[in-house]
Ligand binder design. Sequence first.
Ligand code: ZN
Length: 354
Amino acid sequence: MAPRTQGSRPLKKRQYDEDDVRVRPGKGSRPRTRIRPAHDDAVEGFVVAVDRGRYTTLVHPEKGSAARRRQEARLVVAMKARELGRKGIVVGDRVALVGDVSGRPDTLARVVRVEPRTSMLRRSADDTDDTDGIERPVVANADQLVIVTALADPPPRPRMIDRILVAAFDADIDPLLCLTKSDLAPPDALVALYEPLGVPHVVVHKGGALDELRDHLRGHVSVLVGHSGVGKSTLVNALVPDANRAVSQVNAVTGRGRHTSTSAVALELPEGGWIIDTPGVRSFGLAHVSVETVLAGFPDLVEGTVHCPKGCTHLGEGCALDAWVADGHAGPARLESLRRLLSSREGAPDEPAT
Ligand code: ZN
């Protein structure tokens, strides 16, 4: 909700420098964009899709109830202002827009600022057609990574789940297991596999209630990942009743028939928050993730590694963690989980579980 004082008291163009602007209250504090001298008329946009140098953003009206603002939000296509240089802009970024921000057909606004990010997910280098081996940023500011996995048809792929968990740990994003098709198979085995890691889960099935999942999503920026056939699209459509319309609107403004080159699209939830679907993302980049980063998720094992040989991979021969667990300092399931996550960083192809 917009601060009430704002409309009645015009803000002067004061000369704040960058640092002054940054220490002001964070997300959702509208005055920030107004006091900035260079772009005091900038409006706030949320990047919902990116395609060939065009950024599709959702801009909410400044006034009205949350529901009303969401209803009257408009899509504004923008390009990057020259002053931003080579700085990348990805789905989930909160940006400041100037120029024609009407959202009318064939208009183009300019992104003049990208707000500081709270997180960044990168897609893996082997997930794109590029051969330069660079892991490309794909989603900013997510605080939850929802791993959508069918309990059967297709069978769960623990190796894929492990890789996504590592990406979540690395990006400091909370993981959530969303297990679909519970009418076809029980969740117990898979739940037991991830229990030692403390990963929360929700179980859903076709036509079933989504209340528990909605509770997890409300107010968050959640990235949904999952292979084809797990029911992710069905979920997205159930969570965002007008998802198809929203996506085709995005496609219409970017001049595309389908999402061929886009790897992510953000959809606003009716109950508040965002889900970011990642149809083009098969895996996240883990090449840069160190042993230490993964190990940081296992405080009960970290202490045991002081007796490891230098450069220990903790995967086998000579690793002191076997003795650490044998002595009862940590559970064997935890060590097993750690080793699974560590080895999941290697680039072997993902095989369905048997
Ligand atoms: Zn070790």
